[in-house]
Design a binder for this molecule. Sequence first.
Ligand SMILES: [Zn+2]
Length: 425
Amino acid sequence: MRAETAFNKMLAIPGAWVASVTFAPEGVVVGLRRRRRRPVCPCGWKGRAIYDRSTRRWRHLDLGATKLFLVAEIARIHCRRCDRVRTEAVPWARPGARHSSDFEDVVAWLAQHCDKTTITKLLRTTWETVAAIVGRVVAAHLDTRRLEGLYRIGVDEVSYRKGHRYITVVADHDRAGQVVWAGDGHDSKAMERFYNELGPERCAALEAVSLDMGRAYAKATTNKAPQAAQCVDPFHVVQKANEAVDKARRWAWNDERRRHPRPKRPPGRPPRGSPPTPTHTRWVKHTRWALLKDPDNLTDTQLEVLHQLRRSGSVLYRCWQLKEGLRDLFRLTDPADAPAHLDWWLAWACRSRIPAFVAFSKTVRANRERILAAVELGLSNSRLEGLNSKIRLINHRGYGHHSAVALIAMIYLCCGGITIELPLR
Ligand SMILES: [Zn+2]
């Protein structure tokens, strides 16, 4: 069998056959000849108005440990529909790409499943290339009808660049928290861009919007979709309660240190057997997870920490009770009990004399109606919470650190309901 025939069978490149195979220092170079004569514009227009011709090379899937490149003649045509000169479309690669579609699909599939270093090492490519490929694959696969049929949506902000920059993410509660829109910024303007894209008709169809306790998203929603019920995601309420516990813990720690200052230590390593840090100060320092975690998931040591705090009558135990008291609101069996429960909690928190909780109770009071609406509508927060941690994981794996555009493409790829088929024949 001739080498060309063997490569033709093995690669099965759509719309072309193998005309030559050469071994170059950088890898195997496979020359392709097109089956179709008349060039096609990426817009779909077919014509013979050829402007010029050149040779282009695409990287294809590796052949064993060797890189493999496809080479073919490609024409630029004067497209009547686009009314400009454009490079013709080829069946084995996306417009503008220097990698074959098969290679790009493998990159996108890997980007859905593993981290930056794994992909770049395995495929011998750079992270910039991966980001460009993800952008192209998302543009090709993203469902254009994803903004249709939205009734109950959730909005959240996601930080990147170590919390210095933000993007806004909109998810559909009825489609398992699938991301339907993501945009740069986290102010009311970012949110309004989404509503503008949605258009007045689809905005009018929205029944409920779940948001955080900030003002920006609420303001945009009141402006653009005034009929939609606004509710605060339980997930955001609990998150803020945890922040209040953390603040109170630091406050208690500083308070303890002020009341029991550490004796001045002589310079150098302390002698063997010298007394450790006073226990009460250490207590406050080591209580973080015992206070913040879901009580069902506490380890034995953390449970013991909680019991000790209760026995010693610590202010931190009251913080924990306050936080769990608020969480109980979302565990009520009868939503009709919610207003009474929330008012009882508000009265308790503002009389607690713990500064972090007094301040937090003011935020909760300002959002009272919207929190109760969430309980009444029973919007499940677990999906948005899952989404939030998934996006944080994407960010953590090294994706999208450079720009909002790259992070948004990665969020669509991993959370936008895109299924990538691996090129397995
Ligand atoms: Zn065109």
